[in-house]
Design a protein around this ligand. Structure first.
Ligand code: FMN
Length: 205
């Protein structure tokens, strides 16, 4: 039987009488970890929300195009695939305060490079406010203006399909027109404000 939450008092979840922590959770206590799921009220603590969101592991994408002769880039860990196969759609969320997005969104095509584990320094540089964010980073530009970081495990040639307000961000749907992959390149992982590499465990059958 699952636990039923009856209310939140003093920031701690109150469970209905008779509920017991599941076995797995009691085991976790022995390992020195949190044993019973505790839910906290974060309304007065936005840093808690951000640091909790940051625990979610994601890839890192560089979205880029040459706009009016100048390469423009936005690094996004909110990038997601698998949104739709027909039509082929991917998405990312962009902060309303972004200075790059109003320029980049004018491009007919936007190159998406899913960054590789070799790109941790490049990711920082591309996300900075440096004048030349691409300095020393090898790139490829398509005739349609889509701009890519070399050495990435995955590329998508995309155009803006739709844009929707989402609180302090906008969610942007991108339609995929062409794609490329390099199975030999490992992706960069971002979690808890840290760039990481994937460690293979067991393949899912
Ligand atoms: C690892 C990483 C992930 C990021 N993910 C996002 C994101 O998903 N959405 C976003 O709007 N900004 C994201 N940023 C911030 C932007 O890359 C960029 O630094 C920010 O938009 C400020 O630059 P701008 O004003 O030129 O856009 C991320 C930065 C880093 C380093």
């Amino acid at each position: 039987m699952g636990a039923r939450i009856s209310g939140i008092a003093a920031g701690v979840v109150v469970f209905l009488p008779g509920w017991e922590p599941p076995r797995l959770a009691r085991g976790a206590r022995r390992a020195g970890r949190v044993d019973v799921m505790e839910l906290v009220d974060f309304e007065d603590d936005p840093a808690r929300l951000r640091s909790t969101f940051a625990l979610f592991p994601s890839g890192v994408a560089a979205l880029s195009a040459v706009v009016e002769g100048r390469p423009t880039v936005l690094v996004a860990s909110s990038f997601q695939v698998g949104i739709s196969a027909d039509p082929p759609l991917v998405l990312f969320a962009v902060q309303r305060t972004s200075r790059s997005w109003p320029v980049l969104r004018r491009a007919g095509r936007i190159g998406v490079s899913v960054l590789g584990e070799v790109h941790d320094a490049a990711a920082r540089q591309l996300a900075s406010r440096a004048d030349d964010r691409f300095r020393g980073i090898p790139t490829t530009t398509l005739p349609n203006g889509a701009h890519f970081v070399q050495g990435a495990p995955v590329w998508f040639d995309t155009s803006v399909h739709g844009e929707f307000p989402a609180g302090d961000h906008d969610v942007v749907l991108l339609r995929v027109h062409a794609l490329g992959t390099d199975p030999g390149a490992e992706p960069l992982v971002f979690q808890s404000s840290t760039f990481r590499s994937l460690v293979p465990r067991q393949p899912v059958a």
